[in-house]
Design a binder for this molecule. Structure first.
Ligand code: GSH
Length: 214
């Protein structure tokens, strides 16, 4: 039996979390096989996919007998499997900073972005929970102010190279215009640069808004 040497990525073209993996695969020039999960038809909650990822979410990466879900764990796996070009600083301090920023992205930013953009992208207005969306927007603005102070003295979040931290942020920064959030100065400069990177441009969801802050 011929073994498929390429990893399979369970994904969806509109998924922000899956875009992280598409960016990393392009940065690292890793060949992969797509397996699009038809989320609009509920395929992510069907038994066949739940056998692959019991949480019914994308992305999931399958590499030989190995299967891993959770986008940030997949990014770490790809880094170890394909270390070149690195998406991680070389030194322990830079790596700790990068991991901190990846975690803060999920804790302070990505979830709140989802709270706003999921209804805006996929639900009729009468089903929006406006109070919850407004609270999420205020939380995002607080977080971006903190990030702005950090970015005032640097080009990238950690180790002065484009890392997994930028990969984690990019798909969510793309939707700032849809959320009507104008980024503060240093976040704007950083985001403008990283959103223009070819790996990000080539993996943009079709409905991502234009970036008016460049
Ligand atoms: N923490 C997960 C989040 C993944 C996630 O929520 N993916 C969305 C698509 S962007 C999904 O599959 N949602 C379906 C659901 O939650 O039922 C990760 O980092 O991979």
């Amino acid at each position: 039996m011929v073994q498929n040497p390429m990893p399979t990525l369970y994904t969806h073209p509109m998924s922000t979390f899956a875009q992280r993996i598409h960016i990393a695969l392009r940065e690292k020039k890793v060949e992969w096989t797509p397996a699009v999960v038809d989320m609009a038809k509920g395929a992510h909650k069907a038994a066949e996919y739940l056998a692959i990822n019991p949480y019914g979410r994308v992305p999931t990466l399958e590499d030989g007998a190995m299967r891993v879900c959770e986008s940030t764990a997949i990014l770490e796996y790809l880094e170890e499997r394909h270390p070149e070009p690195p998406l991680m600083p070389a030194d322990p301090v830079g790596r700790a900073q990068m991991r901190m920023h990846v975690k803060l992205c999920d804790l302070e930013f990505a979830g709140r972005v989802g709270t706003i953009i999921f209804p805006k992208r996929f639900l009729p207005r009468e089903r929006w929970d406006q109070a919850r969306m407004d609270a999420a927007k205020a939380g995002i603005e607080r977080h971006l102010a903190i990030l702005d102070t950090h970015l005032a003295t640097r080009t990238f979040l950690a180790g002065e190279i484009f890392t997994q931290a930028e990969v984690a942020y990019a798909p969510f920064l793309l939707f700032l215009p849809l959320m009507e959030i104008e980024p503060p100065e240093h976040v704007r400069e950083w985001a403008t640069e990283l959103l223009a990177r070819s790996s990000v441009v080539e993996t943009r969801p079709a409905d991502a808004p234009d970036w008016p802050y460049g």
